[in-house]
Design a protein around this ligand. Structure first.
Ligand code: AMP
Length: 599
């Protein structure tokens, strides 16, 4: 029995699903349809979104519903408004050839009176979120006494969202005699309790191992230093030019912050979190669904119900506390026969979670080195060239301008024109990654170096380690002056601490530090002057604002005497309060001073 027809679906339903392009049942449909069509036994089905689960419960129920009879015959409970609406839409399309059949969706964040009016007009199936469903029952506007079918969709989600009490109250308003179908991706302990309480001898079906995450998903991780979390995220995104993905954060604040930073850095992104109104959430979700946004930064709760099949990546900016939530997150990619990557950014401490997660998903995580600047630039460049090659030429529009364009480029060779076109798009990456450090942990860096050595790579393979270090120092370090010295109690440790806590997740390499009596010099990997000066604005040491300036390179044999003399003068001026950049903090404390971190 492998076709919908052979399973006994009515012609009205068969014609509707044929119109939708459903030719063969999916694995979960093959298992669920006969169970619901042929018996009244309760059913627990393990299936994730994307497996065809909505049709798996809807089609056999619709097949048995008689729309000529009054009353609600089926209630479907779903964790979110988005999922509820999706289910109601699907049910409407499956039932479009069933005369008189009606489905109504009820959910929070929308006018309850309108929903009451729809219910009053009569319907066969109600799809609701737990909160609104219970509200309507309490107002005596929703009568579930006659339901023959109760579906708990994404039951594990409903429990993890704290709907257990609402479910109890709703289920108490349904008749004893009914068929209960519970669909879930996982089986957390709460759900075992729920099923024992409300189901009678349920049959269990599973499209695949219930503990297993989707096999189309590759689970990868970067091993990061915690201060490198954000730059590592950027690299993950930059190395995948065609990425279309969700970045999961743990809190609203983190979600906002990551989305803001990505937007500032020029990425096509927005945030989805609980502080948004329903209208704002809809707006963001629609833009993401329509691919107007390439990246969505979201909390787990806010992303529930967002149903997109083509995600290339799920990125765990931080792992969720619960393993089940990881399964849900990663199950959002690799759907509908697509392949996907679930990438986690893990510190050494967080890496310990992997063995539990691996057990949970029944798959191994693959450790991937954080890509370096060169790898990213290569990827971006070739993707750009591919895009240029694949772009269709709008002949009729462009032809008219061509003589003028040819004239403008007449003094350039073909190579020059190509270089310029590519540079307009590509310079951003080239610039950003020119002196970008290797973000991998030291042991992984060594591994990479060893591999390079073995390959005889040009960028260092033939140099000794000392030569490479020296080459790096000479070519990639900038020397800075800082207006703090021994007299202030300043030390290398304090300097490192200040930089680490203010550089917003960046981790530039620090070179030689020279602590003098009144001020100090230090070397830092080039390309971070503006980050450093922005950080300095937030620092305060011993009640004095911190000033950092680029300095001349370190002279052979130590500090340049002339510079030392000039700096000392400047410092004395500052201390007399003569308007230097490092004035003493006013006791009243200006707004700017308040934002500074004191040391
Ligand atoms: P779901 O898991 O219910 O969210 O379904 C995922 C997607 O698969 C939806 O776009 C459905 O319309 C589609 N779908 C469900 N069943 C079938 C089928 N038998 N053949 C083709 N597509 C299907």
């Amino acid at each position: 029995m492998s076709t919908f027809k052979e399973m006994g679906l009515k012609s009205e339903i068969l014609s509707a699903i044929t119109d939708l392009g459903y030719e063969n049942p999916t694995p979960i449909q093959k298992l669920a349809l006969p169970k619901v069509l042929e018996s009244k036994q309760d059913l627990i089905a393990f299936a994730q979104t994307g497996t065809g689960k909505t049709a798996a419960f809807s089609l056999p129920i619709l097949n048995q519903i008689d729309p000529t009879k009054d009353g609600i015959k089926c209630i479907v409970l779903s964790p979110t408004r988005e999922l509820g609406l999706q289910i109601a839409e699907d049910i409407k399309s499956y039932s479009k050839n069933m005369p008189g059949f009606k489905a109504v969706a009820v959910y929070g964040g929308a006018d309850i009176n309108q929903q009451i009016r729809k219910l009053e007009r009569g319907c066969d199936v109600v799809v609701g979120t737990p909160g609104r469903t219970l509200d309507l029952i309490k107002r005596n506007r929703l009568n579930l006494e006659g339901v023959q079918y109760l579906v708990l969709d994404e039951a594990d989600e409903m429990l993890s969202m704290g709907f257990a009490d609402d479910l109890d109250a709703i289920l108490a308003n349904t008749p004893q005699e009914k068929q209960t179908l519970l669909f879930s991706a996982t089986m957390p302990p709460d759900m075992v309790k729920l099923s024992k309480k409300y189901m009678t001898d349920p049959a269990e079906i599973s499209a695949g191992n219930k503990k297993q995450a989707n096999t189309n998903v590759t689970h990868q991780y970067y091993k990061i230093n915690s201060r490198d979390r954000y730059p590592s995220l950027k690299r993950a995104v930059d190395v995948a030019p065609d990425i279309y993905g969700i970045i999961f954060c743990r809190t609203r604040a983190e979600t906002k912050e990551v989305a803001e930073r990505l937007a500032e850095d020029g990425y096509n992104t927005d945030a989805l979190h609980g502080d948004l109104s329903q209208a704002q959430r809809d707006y963001v979700m629609n833009r993401f669904r329509n691919r107007q946004l390439q990246l969505l930064v979201a909390t787990d709760v806010a992303a529930r119900g967002l149903d997109v099949n083509e995600l290339t990546h799920v990125i765990n900016f931080k792992l969720p506390d619960e393993d089940d939530v990881y399964v849900h997150r990663s199950g959002r990619t690799g759907r509908a026969a697509n392949v996907g990557i679930s990438l986690s950014l893990l510190t050494s401490k967080e890496e310990n979670r992997l063995r539990y997660l691996e057990k949970k998903i029944g798959r191994k995580f693959e450790k991937v080195l954080i890509p370096n600047g060169q790898e990213i630039c290569e990827k971006q460049l070739f993707s750009l060239i591919d895009n240029i090659k694949e772009t269709e030429i709008a002949n009729s529009h462009i032809d008219g301008f061509l003589p003028q364009i040819f004239d403008m480029f007449k003094d350039m060779s073909k190579e020059e024109v190509l270089k310029k076109i590519v540079s307009t798009e590509f310079n951003r990456f080239l610039e950003y990654y020119r002196d970008a450090p290797d973000l991998n942990k030291t042991s992984d860096k060594r591994e990479r170096e060893r591999n390079k050595d073995n390959r005889g790579d040009d960028s260092g393979g033939r140099r000794s380690r000392r030569e490479r270090r020296e080459h790096k120092t000479a070519a990639h370090m900038t020397r800075y002056f800082i207006n703090q010295g021994k007299k202030d109690g300043f030390s290398p440790k304090l300097l490192m601490g200040m930089i680490n806590s203010h550089m917003d997740g960046l981790s530039p390499e620090i070179g030689q530090i020279e602590i003098m009596k009144m001020f100090s010099f230090f070397e830092m990997e080039s390309g971070h002057t503006s980050d450093l000066q922005r950080a300095a604005k937030q620092m305060e040491f011993n009640g004095r604002e911190v000033a950092i300036e680029e300095s001349s390179p370190r002279p052979e044999g130590g500090v340049d005497r002339k510079e030392k003399r000039n700096r000392r003068r400047g410092r004395n001026n500052d201390q007399r309060g003569n308007g230097g950049r490092s004035r003493r903090r006013q006791s009243s404390g200006s707004h700017g001073a308040k934002r500074r971190r004191r040391y």
